[in-house]
Design a protein around this ligand. Structure first.
Ligand code: SAM
Ligand code: SF4
Length: 461
């Protein structure tokens, strides 16, 4: 395969493209027409330095988010399965040279206990996370996904298992696909090859191309639901944003389907890991780059994790984020222990900054007018490419996404919410029902909500 990241091409755009007022406004309006931006157009937004234009970009991202995703925010939780790792990634607590970390792989019973603890919070969507190690073969990953799916606990169950693990060959990806996974997520970390080589000191992950082409092999294996990402702080964020957009172009051109999600984690604990300060991304730059990504790839889900503190999450969410994790605990076996040990740096990959329990996040989302969603309907009904569908089929969100978000919210309110959240949640549902215009749809939705109140579960359109 021809390498699809060309550093010179990216730098030529970053150095050569002018960002005068009219041009920036033209690009913004193309994006508001839900057009995926080219590299050149994205570079226009990146190169806009005038505070007035930066503000216009943020405002446009907010508008586009409203237009495409409405007030829905999808919730999930990461579940770390094992931290054995043969790679030596300078930025990661699980790197092979770190002899302080305790290496743990959850047993079947421990994995079941973790899953039960997560269902007791109300979760329906998980992402399973693994180090890269021969023990974590494709067969092992498929088996752990099946174990999680098989857990039925009170009214709880996990309905969508996403994966964040090492790249495999095509056969390996097929094995994992057969377990019925949702998204396969792999971050390139940095699209800048010399930097990539500098920070990946050992193991298979040192091979930049094997990593870069990983999700192509996933596609060949039939996994068309993929998540890409860049770890911010390793290299210039402007370069990484164009790298991500180039990766999106590549998928669209070759497979006719873009990535389902884009992630943009900022490195945690970078200074104590000797990453250096040169490329650390400030809060302002972070909001700016999230807004630019929102406008550049309007259909992709954008994920913001508990690496960020709650005040940053609350702010950035407005500018295009569609998925967040809640009640996160990344200590291996941490969910069943029930408490978050912030100081356990010998047990985690990196420290997290938002340790609010899920019920607190749910209450805050509802009170801020968001509709928290645990919906998994499209992928279970085989409506794959749901992000494209919700984006391109007129009325899709109105007909499916919003009603299904409200149904999963009603389930949550019945099974897990405290009195205040339940009251506020049903008020929100009533408000949304009143705002709906199509009579038949409203009555169908009301009927299903009544069914949920009397004990039915897992209802969707
Ligand atoms: N071993 C798998 C891999 O490398 O793809 C799983 C990766 S890891 C468990 C998930 C992601 O966490 C990595 O891809 C990286 O982007 C991110 N990560 C690693 N160290 C980090 C740190 N110090 N701060 C923030 N994110 C980090
Ligand atoms: Fe291992 Fe992944 Fe951490 Fe690298 S980022 S050391 S591959 S767990």
């Amino acid at each position: 395969m021809q390498p699809f990241i060309d550093a010179d091409e990216i730098w030529n755009y970053l150095k050569g493209v002018k960002a005068d007022k009219q041009r920036v406004r033209d690009v913004i309006s193309a994006s508001l027409d839900k057009k995926r931006l080219s590299l050149e157009e994205t570079a226009v937004l990146i190169n806009a330095e005038d505070p007035e234009l930066i503000e216009e970009i943020r405002e446009a991202a907010r508008l586009l988010k409203e237009k495409v995703y409405g007030e829905r925010i999808v919730l999930f939780a990461p579940l770390y399965v094992g931290d054995l790792c043969k790679n030596n990634c300078l930025y990661c607590g699980f790197r092979s040279s770190n002899k302080q970390v305790k290496r743990i792989t959850l047993s079947r019973q421990e994995l079941i206990a973790e899953t039960k603890a997560l269902t007791e919070q109300g979760h329906k969507r998980l992402i399973l996370v693994y180090g890269e190690h021969p023990k974590y073969s494709a067969g092992f990953i498929a088996e752990t996904a099946r174990i999680v799916y098989d857990v039925k606990h009170k009214n709880g169950e996990i309905r969508r298992v996403n994966i964040n693990a090492a790249p495999f060959d095509i056969q390996g990806f097929r094995t994992i696909k057969d377990a019925g996974i949702g998204t396969y997520q792999i971050f390139q970390e940095t699209y800048h090859e010399p930097t990539y080589r500098k920070v990946h000191l050992g193991g298979i992950k040192r091979n930049y191309e094997w990593r870069l082409t990983a999700l192509d092999r996933a596609q060949e294996a039939g996994i068309d639901d993929t998540g890409i990402g860049a770890l911010l702080g390793l290299y210039d964020w402007r370069f990484e944003v164009l790298g991500l957009v180039r990766h999106v172009n590549h998928f669209e051109a070759v497979y006719n389907v873009g990535p389902h999600t884009i992630s943009f984690p900022r490195i945690q604990n970078a200074l104590s890991l000797n990453i250096g300060k040169d490329y650390l991304v400030t809060d302002n730059e972070f909001v700016r780059l999230v807004s630019i990504l929102r406008l550049a790839v309007p259909y992709a889900g954008m994920i913001l994790t508990a690496r960020e503190p709650s005040h940053v999450r609350d702010q950035v969410m407005r500018f295009g984020v569609s998925q967040i994790d809640g009640g996160t605990n990344i200590e291996l076996g941490g969910y069943s222990k029930g408490k978050h040990d912030k100081k356990c740096l010998d047990k985690v990959q990196f420290p997290i900054n938002d340790t609010r329990p899920l019920h607190e996040i749910m209450g805050e989302l509802i009170n801020s007018g968001y509709i928290p969603s645990f919906c998994t309907a499209c992928y279970r009904l085989g409506r794959t490419g749901e992000h494209f569908m919700s984006f391109s089929v007129p009325g899709f969100i109105k007909r499916y996404c919003t009603p299904n978000a409200l149904l999963t919210l009603a389930e949550y309110l019945e099974d897990y919410a405290n009195t205040d959240t339940k009251k506020a949640g049903y008020e929100l549902i009533d408000k949304k029902l009143q705002a709906m215009t199509h009579e038949q749809e409203v009555s169908g939705l009301k009927k299903k909500i009544e069914q949920i109140k009397t004990g039915d579960r897992d209802l969707y359109f």
